[in-house]
Design a protein around this ligand. Structure first.
Ligand code: GDP
Ligand code: MG
Length: 442
């Protein structure tokens, strides 16, 4: 999607001024791109209409660059489409227990996401109970137990001989007796929407007080995800959606349509298989991501979770001022593993992310090996050289190569890569300077 849109915008950019007809032509292409990205047809129609109304209106008459104006409006309307604000799973006040039921089709990511969520709530100081309510899928209970253990969260299970309703009821008693704040019920899915599944979910809701019914859908299924959301909302009523596998979604169709079709917010986005790969869903960042700008803010935020605030701030500041140096390069490398590996990082870099539709296939082991050679090279530099790479003349480079036990060509390559990276960062000054809201991206 993003590649297509970028072309449309490139054409707009190259024109000085736009006529109404130009806006119409551009929007026709936007429309095609959205449809190809599997965005719901009705949503596309309304979207294009909204953008056109604004673009052909007085804004463009204002003497602004019309190309910029259209991009800005498309971005803003995308944000609006996805709900504008971040949405949270609503918790009961104080220490009262909140019951969250995970629903969705088989393989959508319910069990994984239940454990991811449990970890998030635990981090916030909540006492969380995971409930193994999928008694059909072989090994479903064990999967939840393993994940619960990884998160340090208790898992309530009664094996697979009891009905999910009875398990849920017993879990509630257990939670009340032991002062749990949050109960997350994992449920069974089917490959397709079917009556038994719906009946079971309704039955659970009739027997225990479910405060938040969360639907888990696979972003990669595009339109299907939207249809599933619509049906679940009509049948059992959902409070919000968690969109999983956004890391593998190259189109963005589900993300763009779900809110508009169901009226329900997207709470979180699943960004990978690891239990830490769950991110708050930010409509503005998602819009930028879809527009192919990459999501540097999420990258920074993820970094903040892993290293201490101060270091992250320093890096952010340096990035803003374009003072990226080898010291930071070293630091960011050593944090990379913690942050979920190379592929996860690259996915967030502008031009490489989901929008571009070509997530690089990375040989992690080889990449790691080359990382440690890179580290060795940087360690062989003096602090001055790290902070001021322009000092690196041939004789210094030779000394460094000897120190690191590598060929001088490798040192040269690293310096070159570093310059490229720096250049790339320079190319997104708008993003860096204008700060946090998506509207400022352009
Ligand atoms: P369930 O049947 O709905 O409980 O789905 P599971 O939790 O068992 O997940 C199905 C598969 O999807 C597993 O292999 C998960 O590791 C994978 N998965 C879940 N969420 C994500 C995600 O956000 N990104 C990726 N890449 N994989 C995910
Ligand atoms: Mg499951």
């Amino acid at each position: 999607l993003s590649e297509k849109l970028q072309n449309v915008f490139k054409n707009l950019r190259s024109k000085g001024r736009l006529t109404e007809a130009d806006v119409k032509t551009a929007l026709k292409e936007v429309k095609m791109a959205l449809l190809e990205a599997d965005v719901n047809f009705k949503v596309v129609k309304q979207f294009v209409k909204d953008v056109e109304e604004r673009a052909v209106g007085q804004d463009v008459m204002n003497g602004l660059n019309p190309g910029q104006m259209v991009i800005k409006i498309v971005n803003e309307e995308m944000v609006k489409l996805m709900g504008s604000e971040t949405a949270e799973i609503t918790l009961q006040p104080g220490k009262a227990v909140t019951v969250i039921m995970m629903t969705g089709l088989q393989g959508a990511g319910k069990t994984t996401t239940a454990a991811k969520l449990a970890g998030k709530f635990k981090q916030k100081g909540k006492k969380v109970l995971l409930v193994a309510g999928d008694v059909y899928r072989p090994a479903a209970i064990e999967q939840l137990q393993i994940n619960g253990q990884k998160q340090g969260v208790e898992v309530f299970s009664m094996g697979d001989k009891n009905s999910p309703v009875n398990i849920a009821k017993a879990a509630m008693e257990h939670a009340a007796k032991n002062d749990f704040n949050i109960v997350i019920i994992d449920t069974a899915g089917r490959l397709h929407i079917d009556e038994d599944m719906m009946a079971e979910l309704i039955q659970i809701k009739e027997n225990v007080t479910v405060h938040q019914t969360v639907l888990v859908v696979d972003a990669m299924t595009g339109q299907d995800a939207v249809n599933v959301a619509k049906t679940f909302d009509e049948r059992i009523g959902i409070d919000g959606v968690i969109l999983t596998k956004l890391d593998g979604d190259t189109r963005g169709g589900a993300a763009l349509s779900i809110r508009a079709v169901t009226g329900k917010p997207i709470f979180y986005a699943g960004m990978g298989e690891k239990l830490s790969d769950l991110e708050q869903f930010y409509p503005d960042r998602m819009a930028s991501r879809i527009l192919g700008m990459g999501d540097v803010l999420t990258l920074i935020e993820k970094a903040q979770e892993d290293f201490d605030e101060e270091r992250a701030k320093k890096i952010e500041q340096k990035m803003r001022k374009n003072e990226f140096d080898f010291e930071m390069y070293l630091e960011s490398m050593s944090q990379m593993k913690k942050m979920g590996g190379l592929s996860s990082i690259l996915g967030m870099m502008p031009g490489l992310g989901m929008g571009a539709g070509k997530m690089p296939d990375i040989d992690e082991a080889a990449a790691e090996k080359s990382l440690s050679r890179t580290e060795a090279i940087i360690y062989s530099m003096t602090p001055e050289e790290r902070q001021n790479p322009s000092l690196l003349n041939p004789s210094r480079k030779r000394r460094i190569a000897v120190g690191a036990g590598v060929d001088i060509a490798e040192v040269n390559r690293l310096v070159k890569q570093f310059e490229q990276m720096k250049k790339m960062m320079k190319q997104m000054p708008g993003m860096m300077k204008k700060g946090r809201r998506g509207g400022g991206m352009f």
